[in-house]
Write a protein that binds this ligand. Structure first.
Ligand SMILES: Nc1ncnc2c1ncn2[C@@H]1O[C@H](COP(=O)(O)OP(=O)(O)OP(=O)(O)O)[C@@H](O)[C@H]1O
Length: 765
């Protein structure tokens, strides 16, 4: 991590005139960049108009060309307009370098200075200055005015550290709003050096960009960290996308931030390859909403789908949670066997007819229950999807009827025999009675119908015999009778979809443009009535497999969820980020097995993130006590800053609700941004009522909903209640305690056994 400018004390006292001068320097550069951007926008607008003019010619070829041009220009304009805000954010001043070499990740990494770049008296001249931004901008003569943050040349901005500075002498973060530069923050990578730029000594301003970023108040949406990505994070973001990139790190180490920036980086690196889409799997809709703005701020949308694990299967959007014991049963890979049995058993749900009667070649033919059972059993042999076995079952029925008809021996000539058989089949399959029988006896099953069928305890007991115990059967069946799907149901539905096979879907009819119909152009240009954006959205919705899958909070996926996610990345490369110490899943070994199955034999590259950017040291230290209980022997990430504010402990006075409300109100006065109140899952509705009227800076969250989120301040309510709620309760408590960026209050009830200072038993030394 960068060390703050050493000369800062000296510079700070040389009044603000140095700072003002440096701001002016950057303002001049920004003005130049804006002038160039305006020129480019005019070019883009011209392109659009020109393209529209061509469109009037009206031939199919011209229209195709127009579409392509409008599309390109539209993207261009959109990007320029969107990224005007704060799009230039960095600058590096470099020594003369040796010829650059590519590092193992394909980027130009620590390019060393040329020999003699630093003079024996520790002075040097700046040979090159690069500005870094969200997109690259070239001047008319192709000299770079701004370098895209993802370009190899920008890597030293992130990689350089005082330990391994490479050519970088000074790294500067530029803060701007619209067209105005507001401030600069510098880190010196070679603080021992006196460097000159155009004959003037290079000054260093401010406390360093990282600290400035970390100290800011939090809102309900995550910000990108593009201006202050740290070296160990940059290694992950730019790691090549071969096979599986595996990232572990404690709370607040930037795993989510890194995952999002990696998606943007991969798209930049190989847009064509990732046209197949990038899927980011997130644990909750709250975290999706929290992170959704980051990719657009990095100039990337469209190709990336961020989905909560409860919204991954088609059409689902589950937010309900099962109780821990039900979740454990539903998430376990044992469910796979239950679902396979259920999918087959569900064929008999609606009292299928006990016999089949048809007339063929003038004879009455009949198959009885026993024969029908035999046919069903042989059709169901193997593991093929049940809906897809219907043609096989139909064929077996016809075989049995054919045999009964006695027509088989009528012709010895094979050709005549075959002809006879095919007219026999035709005779039967055109009979309404046969078709009605087939629909009732082998109905087309949907995942929802099978899951609903499992709500019947007796039936589920049959399907789950020797797989789930009777207690589990009772609880799972009861949970399925409740209104609404839970997050864990979604993985079951998705598995059932695979086990059943897709029922034949009627094709959606496209709406036709009447003009195209008249001209016949509709035939020639089948997608013209859709805008490019609509088309991209439709493709994204229909997409079931992705080119790259990023799993955030991977430690929480159950085995059944891993199977669901795995199906979306069968041919993908992967980035998997997580922290075992924060896992709310009770059986990590079982989940690891399912994960390995989903990822297959692809080789893995492991990375570790070690610095906690979220919690001040005071809060991190308290959380580490729970970590020691939850996962003895594991190491907490190192907190990067301290606030001097110790966590506060209070004990319930009157009622729990009143105490929590008072503490939340107290924190709202002390921080500028958000306050999160974390309670055990069973209390989340109650807690929302406690906070009514306190405004939208404060939110109540069940412990599982707090995953991945952060607040300026948090109130953690009854650690013991959170810890006792599930077998993984201590790890869930660890998550709850690590959400605050500034202040933490712990409220204890009787069951927490607080000492005289209000410190609950679980948090004492
Ligand atoms: N290099 C950085 N510069 C500025 N802020 C950073 C940096 N890295 C991380 N942060 C900030 O630290 C906080 C934690 O990051 P993030 O949520 O990505 O961590 P995490 O590892 O996913 O945490 P958890 O496991 O607890 O969910 C965020 O506010 C993020 O913006």
């Amino acid at each position: 991590m960068a060390v703050q400018a050493q000369r800062q004390g000296a510079v700070g006292s040389v009044h603000d005139s140095v700072r003002d001068r440096e701001i002016d320097v950057e303002q001049e550069h920004l003005d130049r960049v804006y002038r160039r951007l305006e020129e480019k926008i005019h070019e883009a607008e011209f392109l659009m108009q020109d393209a529209a003019r061509r469109g009037q010619v009206g031939t199919p070829g011209a229209l195709a060309e127009r579409d392509a041009q409008v599309f390109r220009a539209g993207i261009h304009l959109n990007r320029l307009n969107n990224e005007f805000e704060d799009f230039l954010f960095g600058r590096i001043d470099l020594l003369t370098g040796k010829d650059g070499k590519k590092g193992p990740d394909g980027a130009y990494t620590a390019v060393e200075p040329a020999e003699g770049a630093v003079r024996p008296d520790n002075t040097a001249d700046i040979a090159e200055t690069l500005h870094i931004g969200r997109i690259g901008v070239l001047d008319q003569d192709y000299t770079p005015l701004v370098i895209d943050w993802r370009a190899p040349a920008a890597a030293p901005f992130y990689r350089s550290t005082p330990v391994d500075p490479g050519r970088v002498v000074r790294r500067r973060v530029i803060r701007s709003k619209g067209r105005q530069v507001l401030g600069v923050e510098d880190d010196l990578m070679r603080p021992e050096l006196t460097a000159y730029l155009d004959g003037d000594e290079l000054p260093a301003i401010g406390d360093g960009a990282l600290m400035a970023a970390l100290g800011q108040a939090r809102s309900h949406t995550m910000r990108d960290i593009v201006a202050s990505i740290q070296a160990e994070q940059d290694l992950v973001i730019r790691a090549p996308a071969a096979s599986v990139t595996y990232v572990e790190g404690g709370p607040g180490t930037g795993k989510t931030a890194v995952a999002l920036h990696r998606a943007a980086y991969l798209l930049y690196q190989d847009r064509r390859r990732y046209a197949g889409g990038i899927l980011i799997v997130s644990p909750t809709p709250l975290l999706v909403a929290y992170t959704e703005g980051v990719l657009p701020s990095l100039g990337e949308e469209g190709q990336v789908a961020i989905r909560a694990i409860g919204s991954l299967a088609e059409g689902s959007e589950a937010t309900l949670y099962d109780s821990p014991s039900v979740a454990r049963a539903k998430g376990s890979s044992r469910m796979l066997k239950v679902l396979r049995k259920a999918a087959r058993g569900a064929l008999e749900l609606n009292d299928p007819p006990a016999r089949l009667r048809v007339v063929a070649f003038g004879r009455r033919l009949e198959l009885e229950a026993r024969q029908l059972d035999g046919i069903r059993r042989s059709a169901l042999g193997g593991t093929a999807p049940v809906n897809l076995l219907r043609p096989r079952a139909r064929k077996l029925l016809l075989d049995a009827l054919w045999e009964q008809s006695g027509a088989a021996g009528r012709h010895s000539d094979p050709e005549l025999a075959a002809e006879l058989r095919s007219s026999f089949d035709e005779d039967i399959t055109s009979e309404d009675a046969f078709l009605a029988f087939l629909d009732a006896w082998w109905p087309e099953l949907t995942p929802a119908a099978v899951l609903d069928a499992m709500a019947d305890e007796r039936r589920l007991g049959r399907w789950a015999r020797r797989i789930l115990n009777p207690g589990e059967v009772r609880k799972v069946a009861r949970s399925l009778r409740r209104e609404g799907r839970t997050v864990h149901d979604i993985a079951l539905l998705d598995e059932l979809q695979a086990v059943l096979g897709a029922p034949a879907r009627p094709r959606r009819k496209r709406e036709l443009d009447p003009l195209d119909q008249l001209t016949g152009l509709e035939e020639l240009m089948p997608v013209r009535e859709e805008s490019q954006r609509e088309r991209a959205e439709r493709l994204a919705q229909e997409r079931v497999e992705y080119a790259h899958v990023i799993v955030d909070e991977a430690q929480d996926l159950t085995p059944m969820q891993w199977r669901m996610v795995g199906r979306r990345g069968r041919h993908a490369t992967w980035t998997v980020v997580g922290d075992p110490a924060q896992s709310s899943w009770s059986d990590p070994d079982e989940a690891a097995e399912a994960r390995d199955e989903a990822l297959g034999t692809r080789p893995r590259r492991r990375f570790e993130l070690t610095v906690n950017y979220r919690n001040p040291a005071e809060i991190a230290e308290l959380a580490s006590k729970v970590l020691a209980l939850a996962m003895p022997g594991s190491v907490s990430p190192k907190a990067v800053r301290s606030t001097g504010v110790e966590p506060r402990f209070t004990v319930v006075e009157d009622t729990l609700g009143a105490t929590v409300r008072d503490e939340a109100a107290r924190l709202l006065e002390r921080v500028d941004g958000t306050v999160g109140v974390v309670v055990a899952m069973q209390r989340r509705e109650e807690a929302r009522r406690w906070l009514a009227g306190l405004g939208d800076r404060v939110v109540a969250l069940g412990s599982l909903e707090a995953k991945g989120l952060e607040y300026d301040a948090t109130v953690v309510v009854s650690p013991a209640e959170i810890a006792d709620e599930s077998p993984a309760g201590l790890r869930v408590l660890y998550v709850a305690l690590t959400r605050a960026t500034q202040q933490l209050t712990v409220v204890s009830a009787d069951r927490d056994d607080p000492d005289a200072a209000g410190v609950p038993d679980l948090l004492r030394d």
